[in-house]
Design a protein around this ligand. Structure first.
Ligand code: BG6
Length: 471
């Protein structure tokens, strides 16, 4: 009998995003992205121009150190590495007609290194790094013209890398748009001044752009597998009351609509009702409808935490959480940043997505953001991150359970496999990695890399295809 639930060929690896690791924000012909003016993270104020306190400008200097970092991933036995391409490295303004060759060549070199080590790339086309010019000139995805700019960008990537990259994701956490419009959608108008009409229209534009990218990939990169990417957030009723269960359904619908459109090719009835009730009339052309029928090959998602929902106005408080937050669940513990830890929620979400969409799934983000202490053991600097090992172990056990339940899961890429700048808080001290990067929140540090205890632990999980996990 097999000692592991993970099938042969299961893709083990890690994930990052360009804006959180690369640095080199003004090198190689790169233009500015929205992240270059977000020194305080998602909900902090933006600045008029890049400021030295923005850790993402240098990040962890992957732009210069990618070969050494990829060698460390290979040492852990990664079969896959998820990274994003910075749109503003390829099209510095976003609306340029010709791509920046220096930017394209950079990712050629990254792919060379991955090939050298036999690591499969998994590329996110747009991960919270819309070119700033598109935000300032067009108000980001509220403008229909963004579809055309994104189309040109995606086509350029498929033509250049289509023969080397099999797995692609169109938009990171596409369902975060309504919650974080500047970061997720390059929408410059402040959130409190934005009408829902504009926000939902932006959502429609992204969905059309995503489907159009899928159509283009079919033409120019026939071996490509295209996935959507959603932020998953399982939700429990705070009490057994039917009213709370209805809240759960509605919270779920507000997130599931993205996967529904990506897998079914049209808007579901519950979403049309939401629009009707809000008095929103989306501009949807015949071409849009046709585009949307280009459905994805697989569904990928991030998973960090779950929330609860209640119909009781007195209990409707919003706790901390990954972008959207929710009502805290009294049965769960939380991380140092208040994200509630729930391994079983991952099994639930995999089952829900599999039952609903019957598409292969890919867990492309999961992990624990924690404050690490660099210590010396036998003269070697390391971090004794047993808390991270426990978190990852317990979540991976649940991935195995979901596979036993019958779901097809292609792989698992743990978030921030090397320490990265946090998206929400813009800190480096919120660390996720197996590899510690010596850089502090004030920007000091040598940028040296050190293996944490979890480095060897994950290498063993990969080597044994999950058999070494503690159940
Ligand atoms: C996801 C994003 O929301 O969560 C990542 O796709 C992000 O970009 C990750 O880094 C973890 O969130 P945070 O806020 O802890 O960095």
């Amino acid at each position: 009998m097999s000692t592991t639930s993970f099938p042969d060929g299961f893709l083990w690896g890690g994930a990052t995003a360009a804006n959180q690791i690369e640095g080199g924000y003004d090198q190689g012909g790169k233009g500015l992205s929205v992240q270059d003016v977000m020194p305080r993270g998602i909900f902090g104020p933006r600045t008029a121009a890049p400021t030295p306190d923005n850790l993402k400008l240098e990040a962890i200097d992957f732009y210069h150190r990618y070969a050494d970092d990829i060698a460390l991933f290979a040492e852990m036995g990664f079969g896959v590495y998820r990274f994003s391409i910075a749109w503003s490295r390829i099209f510095p303004n976003g609306d340029d007609t010709e791509p920046n060759e220096e930017g394209l060549a950079f990712y050629d070199r990254v792919l060379d290194e991955l090939e050298k080590h036999g690591i499969e790339p998994l590329v996110t086309i747009s991960h919270y790094e819309t070119p700033l010019h598109l935000a300032e000139t067009y108000d980001g995805w509220t403008d229909r013209r963004l579809i055309g700019f994104y189309e040109r960008y995606a086509r350029t990537l498929f033509e250049r890398y289509g023969a080397r990259v099999k797995y692609w994701l169109t938009f990171n956490e596409i369902n975060s748009l309504l919650h974080a419009p500047f970061m997720s959608g390059g929408i410059n108008t402040p959130k409190d001044e934005l009408g829902e009409q504009a926000l939902y229209q932006a959502m429609h534009h992204e969905l059309v752009a995503s489907a159009r990218a899928t159509r283009i990939a079919r033409e120019v990169a026939p071996n490509a597998q295209i996935g959507c990417m959603v932020l998953s957030m399982p939700v429990y009723p705070l009490s057994p009351s039917p009213a709370d269960a209805l809240e759960v359904l509605q919270f779920d619908h507000s997130n599931l609509v993205y996967g529904d459109v990506h897998t079914r090719g049209e808007y579901p009835g519950y979403f049309l009702r939401t629009l009707r009730e809000k008095g929103i009339e989306l501009e949807i052309t015949d071409e849009d409808r046709e585009d949307l029928t280009n459905t994805v090959d697989f569904v990928s998602f991030s998973y960090y935490m779950s929330v609860a929902a209640t119909a009781d106005p007195a209990k409707k408080v919003t706790g901390e959480g990954n972008i959207m937050g929710g009502v805290p669940n009294p049965t769960l513990e939380a991380s140092e940043w208040g994200w509630q830890i729930d391994p079983i929620g991952l099994r639930l979400v995999i089952n829900q997505f599999w039952d609903r969409w019957q598409k292969p799934l890919f867990v492309v983000e999961n992990g624990l953001g924690a404050k690490d202490q660099l210590v010396e053991v036998d003269g070697v600097k390391t971090v004794l991150d047993d808390y991270r090992i426990a978190y990852l172990n317990d979540h991976l056990v649940q991935v195995g359970e979901a596979i036993e339940d019958g779901a097809t899961v292609l792989g698992y890429t743990s978030w921030g496999c090397i320490d990265v700048v946090s998206a929400s808080s813009a800190q480096l001290s919120k660390r996720y990695g197996f590899i510690y990067v010596d850089r502090n929140d004030d920007g000091t540090g040598s940028l040296e890399r050190y293996k944490k205890k979890s480095f060897d632990w994950y290498a063993e999980v990969i080597r044994t295809n999950g058999a070494s996990l503690t159940r």
